[in-house]
Design a protein around this ligand. Sequence first.
Ligand SMILES: [Ca+2]
Ligand SMILES: [Ca+2]
Ligand SMILES: [Ca+2]
Length: 231
Amino acid sequence: MGVALADLDLDGKPDAVVTNQTSGTVSFFRNISPMGNTLFGPKTDMEAGTWPPESRSQTFDRDGKPDIVIANSNSNTVSIYRNTSAPGSIAVIPKQDFSAAPLPTSIALGDIDGDENIDIVVGNDYPSVSVFRNNSTPGSVSLAARVDYPFTGNSAHRIALGDVNGDARPDIVSADQYQNAVVGLPQSEFSRHHQCFFVRSESQLWRRNHTLQCRCGRSRWRRQDRSRRAQ
Ligand SMILES: [Ca+2]
Ligand SMILES: [Ca+2]
Ligand SMILES: [Ca+2]
């Protein structure tokens, strides 16, 4: 089960979207809270894939209305619900499915290639990390074929985006569920710059490099590792 908050009907109040793994559905709750209280209206259920663990919200089609994306772990798909709500009423079109790598479990959203369209990054338990470049136009959601990246850990179970190495491009960081590790995947494929993978054991995160593979150029993270090892 996962939850995302987004003002779907643009009434100024964040609404809730919940994925239900057992039933394979997504529930939409409109926020009807009066000042000082928390109250959601009756849920509206939509069909999802099989065993959806996570949801995220962003405006994919640049129409100003936040859309919903979910990962379906057991059907190996990512689904997008395009938001067609009007103020006071939540409405989305039925899911639009995109083929994912095996066992997609986590989602992070960000503009990977700098074209101002929000892209979708999916962490897969198999393990790998997939990037779906957003090709949407206003009123229509479209994703390019996913690009899969190898993952040095056992499971890209929870991922996040951030500029880890200071090059002003979002990088991918994942918690590895089964290896007690953090795995970083600095962005490179779109910019043709460096690409590195590293794994550190959780208990020795800042003391000793556990595993390090680097396929190119300079890495601030690698320099940090060396300095730590010298201590
Ligand atoms: Ca709302
Ligand atoms: Ca939208
Ligand atoms: Ca983009």
